[in-house]
Design a protein around this ligand. Structure first.
Ligand SMILES: *Cc1c(COP(=O)(O)O)cnc(C)c1O
Length: 312
């Protein structure tokens, strides 16, 4: 694995085009020709879909001469983690607005963010609810000259990075996939991917939280914004296993077995639930003749979050 050493579009595209695809030859998936695109390996720290959502945000901030990046998230946010690391790597000051009171003991994520040089500001949940508003920067007292990135990196520039990911997939995919599976939080990633990949294939989003209808609306909004016509999008229901970040024992057991047999590291908030959804939705149907679809799961990273549950 190589580090992203410079902030340039060329270097980022090269890294994206070098992300490996891993074919999973396992009896655990008898009905699919399953592959995983390992975007968790894009960079050792600035990885997964959060890196793609950051790239154009960082380039834009630099272009505008803004050297402070402000963003927000929870105590285990992959987006906060990636932003703090990118700020340190590429020379931006970063401010993280963290939801909730300052905890007496920092999560491993918060410890990392601080170590990467991010200034952490804790705001009440009530204040945090205003994060979508125009004046959130003022509400939290951040400098108005900063570049603000919304929660999860979900803005127009973030979507541009996901389109870049779709281009990289189209250019480097080892086979013609019939389906692409992706975990959804805000739904931006799956929406952006569908805009490009959903023309010839089905793009399947797996919401990892209960608000599936809202996710579906967001996803369709992002897809429609960039699709130039229709695209084939499916949203899987009931894959959240109890709600956002809920990691019941059956999920953890599933992940342990699958990691052992496939050597793909997973975390329980996004990628574990997505892989589980693939197994559940690709069970042999009694009437179906032998049919092995080629399926690509996009590994959206987030492995830093394993420390929250798996290694407690
Ligand atoms: C944030 C995140 C997602 C969800 O991405 P959205 O664009 O918000 O839908 C999926 N997987 C991982 C590992 C993430 O960190």
């Amino acid at each position: 694995m190589r580090y992203l050493t410079e902030l340039s579009l060329e270097a980022f595209v090269t890294a994206a085009e070098n992300v490996p695809y891993q074919q999973i030859n396992s009896d655990l998936f008898p009905n699919v020709d399953l592959w995983v695109r390992r975007d968790d390996l894009l960079d050792p720290i600035i990885s997964g879909n959060k890196a793609y959502k950051l790239i154009y945000n960082l380039l834009e901030a630099r272009k505008q001469g803004k050297n402070t990046i402000v963003t927000c998230g929870g105590a285990w946010s992959n987006h906060i983690h990636a932003t703090a690391a990118a700020g340190q790597r590429f020379g931006f000051k970063t401010i993280g607005i963290i939801r909730g009171e300052k905890p007496p003991v920092f999560s491993a994520m918060l410890q990392d963010a601080e170590r990467f040089g991010m200034e952490l500001r804790f705001v009440s949940r009530q204040k945090y609810r205003q994060r979508g508003g125009q004046d959130f920067i003022d509400v939290v007292g951040a400098p108005s000259s900063c570049h603000f990135i919304p929660e999860g990196g979900a803005n127009y520039l973030g979507a541009q990075g996901i389109l870049l990911l779709a281009d990289a997939i189209q250019k480097t995919k080892p086979v013609d996939f019939e389906e692409y599976w992706v975990a959804c939080g805000t739904g931006l990633t799956v929406g952006g991917l569908c805009a490009k990949l959903g023309k010839k294939s089905t793009v399947v989003g797996v919401p990892v939280l209960r608000a599936e209808e809202q996710v579906e609306v967001n996803t369709q909004k992002w897809a429609a914004r960039f699709a130039n016509g229709s695209c084939d999008l499916t949203i899987v229901r009931d894959a959240h296993m109890g709600g956002y970040a809920k990691q019941p024992a059956p999920l953890l057991e599933f992940m342990e077995v699958y990691e052992k047999y496939t050597a793909v590291p997973l975390e329980g908030v996004y990628t574990g639930k997505t892989l589980k959804a693939i197994t559940l939705n690709r069970e042999p149907k009694p009437t179906a003749k032998h049919c092995r679809k080629s399926v690509l799961m996009i590994h959206t990273g987030g492995l830093q979050g394993r420390r929250g549950v798996l290694f407690k």
